[in-house]
Write a protein that binds this ligand. Structure first.
Ligand code: GDP
Ligand code: MN
Length: 389
């Protein structure tokens, strides 16, 4: 499984502008003084936007429309150096180091366009809606008929007729059909060229004189492709990422924090996904996705467990190891090492171990003073996890 890297809105807008996507005039500022300067250059009303790797800034106080350079400085001052909390961040928020100062555009409507890799469609899917400016997930709930999508043939790319079909389907004013189709074309080329996993413009502002402008821009890039996009790779910003995710990344462990309370530790991405499905089927919710990955020794296994145990939401841990290159005894020693390191953080564990040296691994765990339930298959694992709930 591959993970992805987010970049800031101002960086995303720079990328998109190179593909002909119209963006408001503006520049990034890291101090109130710089914000004044940019606001003066732009003249008149500007928007000051906190640059963080999370959406929901509008509702979280991270976006302010102001009418003078002095107010822009004030807005910048109130944001830079703080932590912004939105519904997409944890309760501690993420640090704001810079703001984007942009001309405040007057728009008559806010649209939505986005692209993502859709596993079911086996390719890129383009999503568009005339109901922009709110979370697309919300629009899908409340008015699903207003959300359009087309699947792109990976060989042919986004075809002009597909872009037009979306533009007409959105019910746009005739003057906007051409600019929106052209924008979708640029967006798709940006997506392809940069190996993105998501590109989203929400809102896409439509002006009274028939132009469209990307008022917001979100780009995430497939981690596994970053080696061929060194410019983008340089934009990685560990500080913006969940601390545990950043630590996992450092140790080459694939870890994604989720909302539940079952910490999961698995070797192999497919097995990890199956384990999460099984957890959900058992009426429990995974606290994370974790694939220990290859090149694994005792120390890396220990790291995986300490990362999971560092998550305060974890109440129980489910370990599913298929011993191949990673021998089960090595895995077991790693778990014991982690328990030694963080004795107060140890949670009840359900362990399924199969494969190379499984017997040895299981006896190491059974002989320890850990609260371990050893199971043989996934059904038993589900039962045992439920019993710990
Ligand atoms: P998000 O909340 O993190 O997705 O941040 P957005 O960049 O989407 O901004 C949130 C909202 O602020 C948008 O839906 C707009 O309504 C408003 N906004 C953003 N930029 C501008 C702008 O240039 N002019 C005006 N008038 N409103 C803006
Ligand atoms: Mn937005």
């Amino acid at each position: 499984m591959s993970l992805c890297m987010k970049i800031h809105e101002y960086q995303a807008k720079e990328v998109l502008a190179r593909y002909g996507v119209p963006v408001p005039r503006g520049r990034v500022a890291t101090t109130p003084e710089q914000a004044v300067e940019v606001a003066r250059d732009l003249g008149g009303r500007v928007v000051v936007k906190a640059q963080v790797h999370a959406g929901g800034r509008g509702k979280g106080g991270g976006i302010r429309v102001v009418s003078s350079p002095e107010e822009a400085a004030e807005a910048a001052e109130s944001m830079i150096g703080t932590r912004l909390v939105t519904f997409q961040t944890g309760p501690d928020g993420i640090p704001v180091r810079s703001v984007l100062v942009e001309e405040a555009v007057e728009v008559v409507s806010e649209l939505y366009v986005g692209m993502t890799v859709d596993g079911a469609a086996e390719g890129v899917v383009v999503i568009a809606s005339a109901a922009g400016g709110v979370e697309i997930e919300e629009v899908v709930e409340t008015s699903p008929e207003s959300v359009l999508s087309v699947a792109v043939d990976p060989v042919l790319g986004l075809q002009p007729f597909q872009a037009r079909r979306l533009a007409y389907g959105m019910g746009l004013a005739p003057a906007l059909i051409r600019p929106v189709s052209a924008l979708l074309d640029g967006l798709y080329r940006a997506f392809e060229d940069n190996d993105c996993s998501l590109v989203e413009i929400n809102p896409l502002g439509a002006t009274a004189d028939g132009r469209v402008l990307a008022m917001d821009a979100k780009i995430t890039v497939d981690d596994d492709a970053l080696f061929r996009h060194t410019g983008l790779a340089g934009l990685r910003c560990p500080e913006q990422v969940d601390a545990l995710e950043a630590e996992a990344d450092e140790h080459d462990i694939k870890y994604v924090k989720l909302g539940g309370d079952v910490g999961c530790i698995v070797n192999g991405a497919g097995l990890a996904m199956a384990t999460m499905d099984m957890t959900t089927a058992a009426g429990a919710a995974p606290a994370n996705f974790l694939d220990i990955g290859g090149g694994t020794d005792e120390v890396k296994v220990a790291k995986a467990l300490t990362i999971v145990m560092s998550d305060p939401d974890v109440k129980r841990v489910l370990i599913n190891i298929f011993g191949g290159i990673l021998r089960c005894d090595v895995a077991a020693r790693g778990f014991l090492m982690a328990a030694d390191e963080m004795p107060d953080a140890v949670r009840p564990m359900v362990v399924r171990m199969l494969g190379t040296n499984a017997g040895e691994g299981r006896s190491l765990l059974a002989g320890s003073d850990l609260n371990v339930t050893l199971v043989d298959d996934l059904n038993e694992a589900a039962e045992a996890i439920r019993a710990l709930g």
